[in-house]
Design a protein around this ligand. Structure first.
Ligand SMILES: Nc1nc2c(c(=O)[nH]1)N[C@H]1C(S)=C(S)[C@@H](COP(=O)(O)OP(=O)(O)OC[C@H]3O[C@@H](n4cnc5c(N)ncnc54)[C@H](O)[C@@H]3O)O[C@H]1N2
Ligand code: MOO
Length: 339
């Protein structure tokens, strides 16, 4: 690389994208890499504070920022990820599929400790849509030693990709709405539509939606019927807290399901129950979910839909960041909640 005064650069090729920033108006590429400087460019370059440009000269063992970005992107990406052509030295990695974004945190930290390498990502367990930005890859200087990029590639060869998107599976779901007031027609069911709406997002197959009195035996029977019908997920709403008519946790327990947790350090959703009946997750969903747009249910469902088995520790680690602010306009998952 050679530094040249812009007045002397006419006819020479820029060796990197040149950024222009106009506060509040524009931030982007003013001149692309490879642009041949013309007489009329000189004034614009000087006005953006560029009195010199770099011209490429091959140096053994060095690698340009654009090539480095592509090689890093290719090394770190796993399934259902794609990347863009570098701009201003940065390649953006995107989800190629709807699903749950997964990042190997320890490996990411190790790679970001290599000289010149920078890879910011969105958080682990973030649900994503196709085309959504999930990470970017860039080196800090315009050139780096190739050995830095080789270190990235070696680590990924050894330990696997840093990030990928796990697609949601098509699950068969049984829904049981408990509550004497709903079952006896005293009030209109508001829980069913909430659950159906969430299932629509995952394109789940709803096997049925049953209404059930607050009677432990009746709830237990309905759960076992869904198990026989080969449900992959059984959801029971209401009756989860401390009143004498709150019998759902007991009913789930009586089916013989393994209880992972009744109650967890997340709010809303404190009184949530997660259990496994054989390997079928059974969820006891407290009534906060009929009122709050986001509860622990929204944290747990994506994991279930990618086929993860959730243990007690997974639930406990949600406690830091597990207190929802109850914002007037909820932006979850663009939020710390449940991470
Ligand atoms: N003293 C305490 N009070 C409460 C506690 C507690 O630990 N100690 N926990 C609170 C939490 S957290 C929640 S969440 C709520 C409610 O939990 P439940 O799941 O037991 O809810 P229910 O008692 O069944 O119903 C509460 C409320 O919601 C209405 N509801 C229920 N299902 C439907 C439906 N399908 N459609 C429309 N509305 C429904 C129900 O009619 C009640 O008004 O408890 C806190 N209290
Ligand atoms: O368990 Mo309740 O669902 O937090 O508010």
């Amino acid at each position: 690389m050679r530094k040249v005064r812009v007045e002397n650069a006419v006819g020479l090729k820029l060796c990197h994208d040149l950024t222009k920033v106009v506060p509040g108006e524009f931030k982007g590429v003013a001149f692309k890499r490879g642009h041949v400087i013309k007489e009329e460019d000189i004034e614009e370059l000087l006005s953006s504070g560029k009195e010199h440009i770099y011209v490429w000269e091959e140096n053994a063992g060095e690698i340009h920022e654009d090539e480095a970005a592509v090689r890093i992107a290719k090394a770190i990406m796993g399934k259902n990820i794609c990347f863009t052509k570098p701009e201003e030295g940065k390649s953006v990695l995107q989800a190629a599929h709807k699903g749950l974004f997964k990042v190997e945190r320890d490996l990411l930290f190790e790679i970001n400790s290599i000289n010149d390498v920078t890879i910011p990502t969105i958080p682990n367990d973030y649900r994503v849509e196709p085309g959504q930005k999930v990470a970017s890859a860039r080196i800090v200087p315009l050139v780096t030693r190739e050995e830095n990029i080789l270190k990235v590639e070696r680590l990924c060869n050894l330990r696997g990709p840093v990030l990928h998107v796990e697609p949601f599976r098509k699950l068969r779901v049984g829904v049981i709405i408990t509550g004497n007031e709903v079952c006896k027609g005293r009030i209109h069911d508001k829980f069913g539509p909430v659950i159906e709406n969430k299932m629509e997002y995952f394109k789940a197959e709803i096997l049925g939606k049953d209404y059930c009195l607050d009677e432990a035996g009746a709830v237990e029977k309905k759960i076992l019927t869904y198990l026989e019908r080969k449900a992959d997920l059984i959801m029971v709403t209401g009756g989860m807290s401390v009143d004498p008519d709150d019998l759902t946790p007991g009913a789930i327990k009586n089916t013989g399901a393994q209880i992972v947790s009744y109650g967890l350090p997340v709010q809303p959703g404190n009184m949530f129950m997660l259990a496994y009946l054989k390997d079928v997750p059974v969820l006891g969903i407290p009534s906060a979910a009929v009122y709050c747009k986001t509860t622990v249910l929204d944290v747990v469902l994506p994991k279930i839909f990618v086929g993860e088995t959730i243990n007690k520790k997974d639930l406990i680690t949600m406690s830091e960041g597990g207190l929802c602010m109850g914002c007037e306009s909820c932006h979850y998952p663009i939020c710390y909640f449940g991470r």
